[in-house]
Design a protein around this ligand. Structure first.
Ligand code: AHR
Length: 487
């Protein structure tokens, strides 16, 4: 029996834990989001309407852009102005294709407007200059009277935008400059000095963080630069094999690969614990947030696709990986303030896949949809979690919308056994306001353009209530969310 209890010290689950990442990579931006105003594909100001409608339903809180590795090669000035003023470049990291820079700063903020999401810009440290980064911040956030503000106005935008989050470089231990930690710590201190707050815009500055278990990186950054940052990032991808050389396939996997992938996903808990311990040493008050601004599954390139485009199918296994990450992020919510799945459309563990005018929702999309009730909700403490049946996991929160409803989400990642989970809630249940399940006959079930509705959310019939007791009967490889209104 698991007990779900209110605790005054439990943190709020920041909705930004459900953030997204959209890089100039493959068909993530072009086709996935941006089709241009003249396209036959229905769009508003160049951004496709079907994609926006779908993403609004999962309440995307924040979008990290423009990379990724692309960010440290991006020169923002090439992506502003009239279409014939945009300067193309070669996207050397991702397939060596020509990047037309049709989608730039203005188009990004148009996307955010349509999504009602916040900005999280990643600046160029690896191949950029301090002045270039400073100018970009000025262009975006200074109202008037400066060269950059006037340039923005000339390009049609009077009001400054809001930039609440700014990342100073990406993976600077790798594609972002191959730096050693102390070198980056120094550069971080220098670059961030010129990331200014203009008017009432207040920027949360995020330093480029470690790759997976590189605790030394976190140690050096915290020891040398913690006082200059508000957040430190962390990147960790889930691979079936754990080996970037031969990662494993997105489809056609067996039971062993299912469990191996789940084990690798659950490793995120260890990473957050250990990076958190290093951060606690230097920042016991937990002022600096941990920003897991890239996470998700990464498989071998699908046959017949450009390996530099990172396109992959998405099955119930991906949905399970996503749900387990949500539980882990909730558990570490006192330190983890944002997470951004890689990536939003057509790249890696995507929410949506497009094929020209067609669009499908992936199982991962539905996992995000199942967890929207946890956005900005108060985390509830679990007592007796060690008594949960094998291969199950659970998270619970009290709604942040003033209703006091309690939402429990649970997963059963066993491939054979149905699991029964009993939960004692902090009060008698008056009514079940939501009981939804994401499940499928097969553990590798997925949607295709030919069968777009093979996997989706349906009503969950396995929730029983007696007083303050909620009993969940979870089929194999299923994810459920039950929201209860207490008396
Ligand atoms: O998400 C794909 C790539 O993975 C990003 O560009 C990079 O930051 C990471 O290595």
């Amino acid at each position: 029996m698991v007990t779900v209890a209110l605790s005054p010290s439990a943190p709020v689950i920041d909705r930004r834990i459900y953030g997204q990442f959209a890089e100039h990579l493959g068909r993530g931006i072009y086709e996935g989001l941006w089709v241009g105003a003249d396209s036959d594909i229905a769009n508003k100001n160049g951004i496709r309407r079907d994609v926006i409608a779908a993403l609004r339903d999962i309440k995307v809180p924040v979008v990290r852009w423009p990379g990724g590795c692309f960010a440290d090669e991006y020169h923002w000035m090439k992506g502003i102005g009239a279409p014939d003023e945009r300067q193309a470049m070669v996207n050397t990291h991702w397939g060596g294709v020509v990047e037309p820079n049709e989608f730039g700063t203005h188009e990004y903020f148009e996307l955010l407007d349509q999504l009602d999401a916040e900005a999280y810009i990643c600046g160029n440290v690896g191949s950029g200059a301090v002045a270039e980064m400073a100018d970009w911040v000025e262009y975006m956030t200074l109202d008037a009277g400066s060269p950059m503000a006037e340039l923005r106005r000339r390009h049609g935008r009077e009001q400054p935008w809001r930039v609440p989050f700014f990342g100073v470089g990406n993976e600077n231990w790798g594609c972002g400059g191959n730096m050693l930690p102390l070198h980056y710590a120094n550069l971080y201190r220098q670059f961030q000095t010129y990331v200014r707050n203009y008017g009432d815009n207040r920027i949360t500055k995020v330093a480029g963080g470690a790759n997976a278990g590189d605790y030394e990186w976190t140690e050096v950054l915290m020891a040398r630069a913690a006082g200059h940052m508000d957040g430190l990032s962390l990147h960790y991808y889930t691979l079936p094999t754990g080996d970037f050389g031969v990662k494993g396939a997105a489809l056609g996997f067996g039971e062993a690969e299912w469990y191996a992938t789940i084990d690798h996903a659950r490793h995120m808990d260890t990473l957050l614990t250990r990076h958190g311990e290093v951060m606690d040493k230097h920042d016991p008050g937990r002022r600096v947030g941990l920003y897991v601004d890239e996470w998700g599954t990464w498989y071998d390139a699908a046959e017949g696709t450009n390996p530099g485009f990172l396109w992959q199918q998405n099955t119930m296994r991906d949905a399970m990986v996503a749900a387990l990450h949500f539980h882990i992020f909730h558990k570490h919510a006192a330190r983890v303030r944002m997470a951004n799945i890689a990536q939003m459309v057509n790249v890696l563990q995507a929410m949506l896949l497009t094929d020209g005018p067609r669009m499908i929702k992936t199982p991962t999309y539905f996992a995000f949809q199942l967890y929207t009730d946890h956005h900005d909700a108060q985390l509830l403490e679990l007592g007796g979690a060690e008594e949960l049946p094998a291969h199950t996991d659970l998270t619970a929160s009290r709604a942040g919308d003033g209703s006091d409803d309690v939402t429990v989400s649970a997963v059963n990642y066993d491939l054979e056994r149905t699991a029964v989970v009993e939960v004692t809630l902090p009060g008698r249940v008056r009514e079940l306001v939501r009981a939804d399940i994401l499940a499928a006959d097969r553990f590798d079930a997925h949607n295709t353009f030919e069968a777009p509705d093979a996997v989706g959310i349906s009503a969950f019939e396995g929730a029983d209530v007696a007083g303050d007791r909620l009993t969940l009967t979870l089929p194999p490889h299923s994810i459920v969310t039950v929201r209860s209104r207490l008396a």
